[in-house]
Design a binder for this molecule. Structure first.
Ligand code: CA
Length: 214
């Protein structure tokens, strides 16, 4: 009996043999890329700025044209422990986000983009948005075949001037989604932010068995 207890105790102390899922997405800031295509092809997981965030947060920040982008009000501070504040550069800033999104079988997820300048969204391998004209609304949809987690990859990019969520979505979100079939930007109440509430119920990302510790 003594031996058996020790065996159970030993098993409990062993590190988990699978990836540890965390709420949110991995983010990388591609501040030196000069094209949207370069931002889209950039490797998020190998980037030195790698940090875990709730969702595609920098798509939601708005910086007016000509503004001092270093001002604190234009930054986003990561609520996760150890997080950092970021901001857009004056020009040619890209952001990449990777992880998984929780979806429900049969539900159609319509993604919308209304930001300055560009966004691409790929969910479960399907590109639903790839649009690079600032201040122009774009959308695309994906229907889940199963209930569970699917891959999610989003990129946002600005060339110069104003950046982030704009027009009627300014101050709210730059990329959003809905599951009620809405394909117009207004009213904004039809749309949902891509932010995990903090419990891993919408977005999650794995820690790579210890190799992705930032
Ligand atoms: Ca711009």
């Amino acid at each position: 009996m003594k031996k058996l207890s020790a065996l159970f105790l030993g098993a409990a102390l062993l590190p988990a043999a699978h990836a540890a899922w965390q709420p949110g997405l991995w983010q990388a800031k591609f501040s030196t890329f000069t094209t949207f295509a370069a931002t889209c092809s950039g490797d998020v997981m190998d980037h030195p700025t790698l940090e875990r965030v709730p969702g595609t947060v920098m798509a939601d920040v708005w910086v007016p044209s000509g503004a001092n982008v270093d001002l604190p009000q234009y930054t986003y501070t990561n609520p996760f422990p150890g997080g950092s504040p970021w901001n857009w550069n004056t020009q040619n800033t890209g952001w990449g986000y990777v992880g998984q999104m929780r979806v429900v079988k049969g539900a159609t997820y319509t993604f919308g983009k209304l930001l300055d300048d560009a966004a691409r969204v790929i969910i479960d391998g399907k590109e639903v948005i790839n649009h690079s004209t600032w201040d122009v609304f774009a959308w695309g949809s994906y229907t889940a075949q199963e209930t569970g987690w699917v891959s999610f990859d989003a990129r946002v990019w600005d060339g110069s001037g104003g950046k982030g969520a704009c027009s009627t979505w300014q101050g709210i979100f730059g990329i959003a989604f809905n599951t009620i079939g809405v394909t117009t930007a207004a009213p904004t109440t039809n749309w949902i932010k891509r932010l995990d509430p903090g419990d891993g119920s919408l977005f999650r990302c794995d820690d790579g068995l210890g190799s992705r510790t930032k």
